[in-house]
Every structure is written in structure tokens, then in C-alpha cells.
Design a protein around this ligand. Structure first.
Ligand code: HEC
Ligand code: HEC
Length: 262
């Protein structure tokens, strides 16, 4: 914690007040690297081993749910999404996308809940429930290794811009923007972590600090809490927008979920 305070003071000293924007720095495209690069070798090895990687408990649970006929007798996910019928391989690498029905941006979690409500007549699953994390992990795992590429044209553009604004906005007691850690100080040590470039390609992921599996929005909430800013709600429009901005910023990076992180 002391080191975080030191970093915060150092960065805050670079001028700017809460609510103002930090300088719009950028990582050159050729320098884009996954958070995996900055992990200890043991953590990397855990992620690489499909048998030891604890995230696969959620992938397996998700696969089971995907193939299961719900108690109500509604069609299983698998009956509408098979290899020869709306296959889901690779699709997670292109999320979030605009939902044509509501005109809102949706990530994979929101897409799954939309299918439950619209195609299965089931209630949406709670954020961070094992069922939603499992289904999300299963769908994301079908895109492992696929380079991220998202569409920010048309109505998605406003979300992209809002996500970018949030990324550069100074906030919280420490008066820091995401960019000041993840664009300007990646590679430096902070509380035993090496600060990465802040990409979302490993999520949902298993975090040792959580001792469980969690979503990208949970990770974003931790980053916001870390600078003593009010974390936003799971699934909030702003975190959706940040998710789109992060995906565009990480374009070309391979999907890694289920990742393992410290
Ligand atoms: C005080 C510095 C700091 C700030 C500000 C900060 N983060 Fe982080 N962030 C971290 C640290 C430390 C980690 C864990 C190690 C790592 O991957 O960087 C992390 C992790 C992440 C990760 C996961 C990366 C991975 O591969 O596991 C993402 C995504 C992320 N941050 C996004 C953000 C966003 C978006 C914001 C602004 C809302 C933000 N962070 C603000 C320090 C910060
Ligand atoms: C009765 C058929 C049906 C069922 C059951 C169903 N879906 Fe879908 N799903 C669709 C259709 C149709 C779409 C295309 C978008 C739309 O029209 O809603 C879709 C889209 C998707 C997408 C996005 C695909 C893309 O290319 O962007 C995902 C991911 C998905 N479904 C996951 C699931 C999961 C997980 C379940 C089970 C919880 C499920 N679906 C259940 C019909 C279904």
C-alpha cells in the first residue's frame, strides 16, 4: 500500500486535478503485450496447463450447462448453437457488440443473458454467479488464441469514445487515470505486481487474490477501488464502454481466457 501511495503522489505531482484528463498517451502497436508476459513463470505455467489451470473448472461447468436442457424444457443453448448451426467458435474475440434489439452495447455476459430471456424464456443469471461465469468462460474458451478485433463504427463509436474518456479521466482519492498506470508505467513494480498494459484478453480469469474466478468488470472494480474511486456496477454502461475501448486498444492480441492472474 505504501508503494501505491508513493506512486500516486509521484503521478499526481505531474499536475492535473480530479475530473481532469491525463495526457492522452498511447502504447505503440508493436509494443502491445498481454498481461501474461508480466506474470511470474509459475503463474504462466498454471495458465498454460489445461489440467492444472483452475479456470477450467468454470469452463467445464459452463459446457455442461450449455448442453443441458433447462428444467422448464426450454431448448438447450447447444440446440441453437452447434458446429453446423450458429457456431460460437471465435465469436468472443469480437465482443462487445451493439445489440440490435435494444441499441445498447453488450458483452458476452449480456449476450448470454439476452439468449436466456429471448430464446429460452428464462431469467437472467446474476453477475459473478458460477453459472454466468461458467457459460462466459466456456464461450470465451471457444475463442482462445483468436486475435481480438471489434467494430467501433456506427453507433458503437459513442461507446468507444466514452470508454476512452473514462480511461484517461483522473479520479479517486489518488487522482489517477487508468492510463497513468497502464500506458505510462507498465513494466514497473507495484505491490508485488508488475503493472501490465491493462488488457482484458485473459478474462474471465482465475485470480489468486480472489481465490476464485471472476469477470473483467470485477477486475475493473478492483482497479477503481485501488485508487479509492467508487467502483461502478457490474454490467454498467460505462464498464461496457471501457470493455469496448480496451478491446480496440488490444486489437490483434490473442484471447487467453481462462487466464490465471495473481
Ligand atoms: C494505480 C495503478 C492502476 C490504475 C490507476 C489502474 N490499474 Fe488496472 N491494474 C493495476 C495493477 C497493479 C494490476 C494487476 C497487475 C497487472 O496486470 O497490471 C491491474 C490490472 C488490470 C487489468 C488486468 C490485466 C491482466 O492481464 O490481468 C486490467 C484489464 C486493468 N487493470 C484495467 C484498468 C482500467 C480500465 C483502469 C481504469 C479504470 C485501471 N486498470 C486503473 C494497476 C492500476
Ligand atoms: C432458441 C435458440 C437459442 C437458444 C436456446 C440460445 N441462443 Fe444464443 N443465439 C440465438 C440467436 C438467434 C442468436 C443471434 C442473435 C439473436 O437473434 O438473438 C444468438 C446469439 C448468441 C451469441 C452471439 C453470437 C454472435 O455471433 O455474436 C452467443 C454468445 C450466444 N447466443 C450464446 C448462447 C448461450 C450461452 C445460450 C444458453 C444460455 C444460448 N445462446 C441459447 C439463439 C439461441
Amino acid at each position: 500500500m505504501r508503494r501505491l501511495v508513493a506512486l500516486a503522489l509521484l503521478l499526481s505531482a505531474c499536475g492535473g486535478q480530479s475530473g481532469e484528463y491525463a495526457q492522452q498517451s498511447q502504447i505503440p502497436p508493436e509494443a502491445i503485450q498481454s498481461g501474461y508476459t508480466f506474470l511470474q513463470p509459475e503463474t504462466q505455467a498454471l495458465q498454460d496447463d489445461d489440467f492444472a489451470n483452475p479456470g477450467f473448472l468454470w469452463v467445464d461447468k459452463g459446457e455442461t450447462l450449455f448442453n443441458q436442457i433447462p428444467e422448464t424444457g426450454a431448448p438447450a443453448c447447444a440446440s441453437c448453437h452447434a458446429a453446423d448451426n450458429r457456431p460460437l467458435s471465435g465469436v468472443a474475440a469480437h465482443y462487445p457488440v451493439m445489440d440490435e434489439e435494444t441499441g445498447k452495447l453488450m458483452n458476452i455476459e449480456a449476450r448470454i443473458n439476452a439468449c436466456r430471456e429471448r430464446h429460452q424464456d428464462l431469467a437472467p443469471l446474476d453477475h459473478e454467479s458460477d453459472a454466468l461465469l461458467g457459460l462466459t468462460a466456456y464461450v470465451a474458451s471457444l475463442a482462445r488464441g483468436v486475435p481480438i478485433s471489434v467494430n467501433i463504427d456506427g453507433p458503437a463509436r459513442n461507446y468507444y469514445e466514452a470508454g476512452k474518456d473514462y480511461f484517461f479521466l483522473r479520479k479517486g482519492q489518488f487522482n489517477l487515470a487508468c492510463s497513468q498506470c497502464h500506458n505510462d508505467n507498465w513494466g514497473k513494480k507495484l505491490r508485488g505486481d508488475t503493472i501490465s498494459q491493462g488488457h482484458g484478453n485473459a478474462f474471465p480469469a482465475y485470480r489468486m487474490e480472489w481465490q476464485t474466478f471472476g469477470s473483467l468488470h470485477r477486475r475493473l472494480r478492483d482497479c477503481d477501488s485501488g485508487i479509492r474511486a467508487e467502483p461502478l456496477d457490474y454490467g454498467s454502461a460505462t464498464y461496457m464502454a471501457v470493455e469496448l475501448y480496451l478491446a480496440k486498444r488490444a486489437e490483434g492480441l490473442a484471447m487467453e481466457s481462462p487466464g490465471v492472474r495473481r
